[in-house]
Design a protein around this ligand. Structure first.
Ligand code: MN
Length: 209
């Protein structure tokens, strides 16, 4: 796989992603309290991706002993770029005990400026803002498998490879529509939102009547 590196257990020491790192996760399901975190994908926006496979100790892995990944997530000098970060931040915090910050979320940015559409999925943003067709075919595959297939690895990488380009475009639109300020405020609230979700305040929502 061109430019995609799979690491078991942790990132290698000394690997830098620059000031803005795109991050996505694959889990055993959509409930961050319930479902095991299996894979963390990262990209510096340079067309390459690093995948970290987290393997439970019971299955011969190192569990959540991934100091290099944790250091990166917690580094206040490195902004973490997600698509629907609400879920990834919760999953990472629930599993690794590290609250990712500061963060940017392309889904929130898209909802704030692309008000002419209700299509804010990553596949839609890749197509409309980066001119790339990504496949979502592997989305529902078994990410807990000890050996990931080439298709899973390529899919997982594609979820972080285009986020920088998408964010560049969304940032231009946020500035044009005078919504960069409210977007920035919403991003800074995301780690709190993720913690509220883990506490059970997603449904009914804490902010609902
Ligand atoms: Mn993904």
């Amino acid at each position: 796989m061109n430019g995609v590196t799979l690491h078991k257990h942790d990132l290698p020491a000394g690997l830098s992603f620059g000031p803005l790192v795109a991050i996505d996760t694959e889990t055993m399901g959509l409930n961050p309290c319930r479902d095991r975190l299996c894979l963390v994908q990262l990209s510096a926006g340079d067309g390459t991706a690093h995948l970290v496979q987290l393997i439970p100790e019971a299955l011969g892995g190192q569990g959540t002993n991934c100091p290099n990944l944790k250091t990166l997530l917690a580094n206040p000098e490195v902004t973490k770029l997600f698509h629907y970060g609400r879920f990834d931040i919760a999953a990472l915090y629930n599993t690794l005990g590290v609250l990712a910050a500061p963060v940017i979320c392309t889904k929130i940015a898209s909802k704030l400026v692309r008000t002419y559409t209700d299509r804010h999925g990553l596949k839609d943003l890749c197509k409309d803002l980066a001119g790339v067709d990504i496949s979502k075919q592997q989305q529902t595959s078994d990410w807990g498998a000890p050996g990931l297939s080439p298709e899973q690895i390529a899919y997982a990488a594609s979820d972080v490879l285009y986020l920088h380009k998408i964010w560049d475009r969304l940032r231009e639109l946020l500035i044009r529509e005078n919504r960069l300020g409210i977007a920035t405020a919403a991003f800074s609230f995301l780690p709190v939102r993720a913690q509220l979700d883990l506490l059970g305040y997603a449904d009914p929502d804490l902010f609902a009547h």
